[in-house]
Design a protein around this ligand. Structure first.
Ligand code: SF4
Length: 206
């Protein structure tokens, strides 16, 4: 779609608004690399349901490639240097970060952090930087505006499906589909126009 819009209208969007279905790491990374701000909720399965701290409670320290826990301790991926770079911090894929066992054992917040493990571990996905960009955008005022715009568009699709009966198409093939959607969109626009320019009220003659 982005390529079509670029080819046809020479437009390159600054931001893209979509729902959670588009919030996967690879998709967000693809957008961020093209300098398109993802106004998209992140798919995040790192949340915990048992009341213990989740990954979001740990601060990411990019400069030192480590997480900092709420008690101020570092969770590191490697604590020694590797001669093979693929095993080191530049390796691709899911990275695992771990606190020191003796630090967690003596920590007053252990029950809130890792009650069943010797030390706390956190994983970081390959596209976590892009996911962090999307998370930061989500806290902005502009994101709230984007959400309202998205809901406006989604309402139109819901109206097409529920009121105009486009849950199922009657015509077959791409041309038939195009015709049906064009007619339905025309009906929606006429409906909108009728709201903007209401018909003059008839007055009864005495
Ligand atoms: S248990 Fe370990 S990782 Fe968790 S808060 Fe305490 S020191 Fe930090």
């Amino acid at each position: 779609m982005l390529k079509r819009v670029k080819d046809k209208f020479d437009l390159h969007p600054e931001r893209l608004i979509a729902d959670t279905a588009y919030g996967s790491g690879p998709m967000l990374d693809w957008l961020v690399k093209r300098k398109i701000a993802p106004h998209i909720p992140v798919i995040d399965k790192a949340g915990r349901t048992d009341g213990t701290w989740s990954r979001a409670d740990f601060e990411w320290d990019a400069a030192n490639n480590q997480y900092i826990c709420p008690e101020g301790e570092a969770l590191k991926q490697f604590r020694r240097n590797y001669s093979d770079p693929n095993r080191g911090p530049t390796g691709k894929g899911v990275a695992k970060y771990q606190a020191l066992k003796h630090t967690c054992q003596a920590c007053p917040s252990k029950m809130k952090c890792c009650p069943k493990a010797d030390a706390r571990k956190i994983t970081r996905e390959e596209h976590e930087d892009a996911r962090d960009v999307a998370r930061a955008i989500r806290k902005t005022r502009q994101y709230k505006v984007s959400s309202k715009l998205r809901k406006k568009v989604e309402m139109l699709f819901a109206h097409l499906k529920r009121i105009l009966g486009l849950g199922r198409l009657r015509l077959r093939g791409p041309c038939g589909t195009n015709d049906e959607f064009l007619l339905a969109a025309t009906a929606q626009n006429i409906r909108k126009l009728a709201k903007i320019f209401p018909a003059p009220q008839q007055t009864r003659k005495a």
